[in-house]
Write a protein that binds this ligand. Structure first.
Ligand code: HEM
Length: 401
């Protein structure tokens, strides 16, 4: 236990539970999460409270007056200038600025482009008969979609991928990783400042232009806010969706009956996508700060304490999901919380669902005999926030387009 750690809580202690570390999340910590749900669903791990049950996660998320975002969404850092670190009217104002980029109409308009990207990704590998499903397919679909939405040029997508990866890899809870994150942030910031200047000269309909235009109250827009919200949208959009694509694909490929069912009846894909979201839960946790002393499931929480909402744990809670450790493409109902719940409910949830549907429709249609090279579960990235597979080699019959 380090000096900053303290003792709180009236519950048994499990030394394997280390909610802030990259190692803990850089694998599948379902044994520990199951132990928490069973023995200490509101668990103090020495630095932060872990909220393990579906019911408590919902209670915390739906009571922002008691559990706020203003202390920042990471357990080991304070707030930055992004909308998700704001509460109340200020949060609403910031969210409304970009809401219009996510309307059902905008989504319908983007279906053709998303299908085009999916097909281009398949075109690039189909003659080889093998590829890395993470590096060649899963990572690029959301990066191109979100790059298009923000209005970032295609030529810059490689740099954006690098910065985004470096920022996520740096979230392993180790102090030395701060330097890596700082370099990536400086690179993104410079790039973004240029893009902002460009958009001021020639505004468009893209999300960056919406952020620069500000709300309807005529206030001066704060450039740091714009940069942080652009980064939130970039990382929120690309690091998450890619892990659901790769984690969902892994489950489908190791379950031939499920794969065949989806090939024969693609209308079942949207339901399967919900199960992939539940199963993968790529955002491992989000922090809240206790506003005033209160009680939750028998534990005394003090003002200023940080809580971590443990999405992968809530999504395997047997109180809500029958046979929660079974991947079931037909699961219904499926009340998963992979996108959170309440005022900060994921802004991009419908976009992510659309990308996932398009991806599985295209890949299962064009590469129906895709197989895993190795059935062993691929290694996770040791990051304490958003985590998933780093690499997943697959093979399929080579074809000429
Ligand atoms: C599978 C993909 C995704 C997952 C699992 C996911 C998950 C989440 C979660 C758990 C939250 C926090 C909810 C809460 O605190 O209650 C969130 C917020 C957010 N997400 Fe997503 N997300 C995904 C895709 C996207 C995409 C594609 C975008 C944008 C293009 C996006 C943008 C955002 C933004 C801006 C917020 C903050 C909203 C606010 O503070 O009001 N996300 N997301």
């Amino acid at each position: 236990m380090t000096v900053e750690q303290s003792v709180k809580g009236d519950h048994p202690v499990n030394p394997a539970v280390d909610l802030v570390s990259g190692e803990f999340w850089g694998r599948n910590p379902h044994d520990e999460l199951a132990w928490m749900r069973e023995n200490a669903p509101v668990y103090w791990d020495g630095r932060v409270w872990g909220i393990a049950s579906h019911a408590d996660l919902k209670t915390v998320s739906l009571h922002p007056e008691l559990f706020c975002n203003g202390g920042g969404i990471r357990p080991d850092n304070g707030p930055v200038a992004q909308m998700i670190d704001r509460d109340g009217a200020e949060h609403k104002r910031r969210r409304n600025m970009v809401n219009r980029g996510f309307t059902p109409r905008r989504l319908t308009d983007s279906v053709d482009r998303i299908n085009e990207i999916c097909n281009q990704l398949v075109d690039a590998v189909i003659e080889r008969g093998e590829c890395d499903a993470v590096r060649d397919l899963a990572a690029w679909l959301p990066m191109h979609v979100i790059g298009d939405m923000l209005g970032f040029p295609e030529a810059e997508r490689g740099s954006l991928m690098q910065w985004s990866d470096d920022l996520m890899c740096a979230l392993d809870g180790k102090p030395e990783s701060v330097a890596q994150a700082t370099t990536a942030y400086v690179g993104f910031r410079e790039f973004c400042l240029e893009a902002i200047e460009d958009r001021r000269r020639t505004p468009g309909e893209d999300l960056l232009s919406l952020l620069i235009a500000g709300g309807t109250d005529g206030d001066e827009v704060n450039i740091e806010d714009v940069i942080h919200d652009a980064l939130l949208i970039l990382i929120g959009g690309d690091e998450t969706t890619r892990h659901v694509i790769s984690g969902g694909l892994y489950q489908v490929l190791r379950n031939p009956a499920a794969k065949q069912a989806l090939i024969e009846d693609p209308d079942r894909i949207p339901c399967a996508v919900e199960e992939m979201l539940r199963w993968v839960s790529p955002i491992k946790n989000m922090a809240r700060t206790v506003v005033e002393d209160t009680e939750l499931s028998g534990q005394r929480l003090e003002a200023g304490d940080k809580l971590l909402l443990l999405y992968p744990s809530a999504n395997r809670d047997a109180a809500v999901f029958a046979d929660p450790f079974r991947f079931d493409i037909a699961r219904s109902p499926n009340d998963h919380v992979a996108f959170g719940i309440g005022t900060h409910f994921c802004l991009g949830n419908n976009l992510a669902r659309l990308e996932l549907r398009c991806f599985f429709e295209t890949v299962l249609r064009r590469l129906p005999d895709m197989e895993l090279v190795d059935e062993t579960e691929p290694a996770y990235r040791p990051a304490n926030f958003v985590s998933g597979y780093e690499s997943m080699p697959v093979t399929f019959s080579p074809r000429s387009g």
